[in-house]
Write a new protein. Structure first.
Length: 57
């Protein structure tokens, strides 16, 4: 019983040490980085396709 109480107490300490704002901020930063990478990759693919279509004359 004492181990279970200790584990629950540790869980609450960890949960309260991470504020929700910093957690959401981290998620949005990661999402923004992935989004920028996907947009750059799509633009590069479009440029590659256009250069293959018009450059092979």
């Amino acid at each position: 019983m004492q181990k279970q109480i200790t584990r629950i107490l540790m869980l609450f300490v960890v949960l309260f040490s991470f504020t929700s704002c910093s957690l959401v901020e981290g998620i949005f930063k990661a999402g923004m980085g992935v989004g920028i990478f996907i947009v750059v990759a799509i633009i590069a693919i479009i440029i590659f396709i256009i250069s293959k279509m018009f450059g092979s004359k």
